[in-house]
Design a protein around this ligand. Structure first.
Ligand code: TYD
Length: 234
C-alpha cells in the first residue's frame, strides 16, 4: 500500500443521502489536494456493473437470497481487485457508496442468511481489504423512504405505486427499520472503523459531521492506510 491511500465506505438505509455526502466529502478533500476516487456498490467496475443490473432489477430474486449474496460477493471481488485495490495502492482516497456492511445487513440480517456464510463470502470478496473508515448515515427508515419517493416524484403513501423503486427499496418499513438497527449494531461493535452520523440533519450539517469523522479517524492517524487483515487472501 502506498502511503496516503485511504479507503472510506458510506453505509446506511435507503434515502440516507450517501451519494450527496460522498460528493461533498470528495470536494472538501480535493480542495485539500487529495486525489479522490468515488465509486459505488453493487458496481464500480466493469464486471460488477454487469452484475448490478441483474441484482437491482430483481432478475436474480427468484433464484433465492443465497444466489443474490453470491452475486454481491462476486461483484465486490471484481470491484476490489480491479478498481479499489489499485486506487489505494496508487495513493488515492477511495470513497465507496456501500460495501461489505451492506451485505452483512441486507443479505445477513434481513435476508436471514447464516452468519458463517456471510463471513465466508466477505472474506472471499474483500480479499483482505478493510475500510479505514466507515460512515454510517443514520436516519429513521420512514424518513429515508419518504426521501426516496420524493426523489422519484411519488407520494409517501403511494403503497401501490411502486414503479421506479428498486428490488430492495420495495420492501416493508419494518425491514428497513431492522436494517437501521443492524447498521448501528455494526458501528457499535467496531468503533475504531465506524462513525455514526445523524443523517436527519440538514445537508451542510451532515457534511460537516462527515468531515469531522474523517479528520478524527483518518487524518488523526497520520499514516493511516487500508489495512490488510493479515490472512493473505481467501
Ligand atoms: P442503489 O440504487 O445503488 O442505491 P442506494 O444505495 O442509494 O440504495 O441500490 C443498491 C441496493 O442494493 C440497496 O438497496 C442495497 C442493496 N445492496 C445489498 O443488498 N447488498 C449489498 O452488498 C450491497 C452493496 C447493496
Amino acid at each position: 500500500m502506498a502511503a496516503g491511500g485511504l479507503f472510506v465506505t458510506f453505509e446506511g438505509g435507503e434515502g440516507a443521502g450517501k451519494s450527496t455526502q460522498i460528493r461533498r466529502l470528495a470536494e472538501a478533500l480535493r480542495a485539500r489536494g487529495r486525489s479522490v476516487l468515488i465509486t459505488r456498490e453493487p458496481g464500480g467496475s466493469a464486471g460488477a456493473e454487469a452484475v448490478r443490473h441483474v441484482l437491482l432489477s430483481g432478475a436474480a430474486e427468484r433464484f433465492g437470497i443465497r444466489m443474490e449474496a453470491l452475486l454481491f460477493a462476486a461483484a465486490r471481488n471484481d470491484h476490489v481487485e480491479s478498481v479499489i485495490g489499485p486506487a489505494i495502492t496508487s495513493g488515492q482516497t477511495v470513497l465507496c457508496d456501500r460495501f461489505m456492511d451492506s451485505s452483512r445487513v441486507y443479505q445477513g440480517i434481513t435476508g436471514n442468511l447464516p452468519q458463517p456464510l456471510i463471513d465466508a463470502l466477505e472474506r472471499v470478496a474483500v480479499h483482505g481489504l478493510r475500510p479505514d473508515l466507515t460512515i454510517v448515515l443514520d436516519l429513521p427508515a420512514s424518513l429515508g423512504l419518504a426521501r426516496v419517493r420524493q426523489r422519484l416524484g411519488q407520494t409517501a403513501d403511494g403503497e401501490s405505486d411502486k414503479s421506479g423503486l428498486d428490488r430492495f427499496e420495495k420492501e416493508e418499513l419494518d425491514t428497513h427499520e431492522k436494517r437501521r438497527e443492524a447498521f448501528l449494531d455494526i458501528a457499535a461493535a467496531d468503533p475504531a472503523r465506524c462513525r455514526v452520523v445523524d443523517a436527519a440533519q440538514d445537508e451542510a450539517r451532515v457534511a460537516a459531521d462527515v468531515l469531522l469523522a474523517f479528520d478524527e479517524v483518518v487524518a488523526g492517524r497520520g499514516s493511516a492506510r487500508a489495512r490488510r487483515s493479515g490472512e493473505g487472501g481467501a
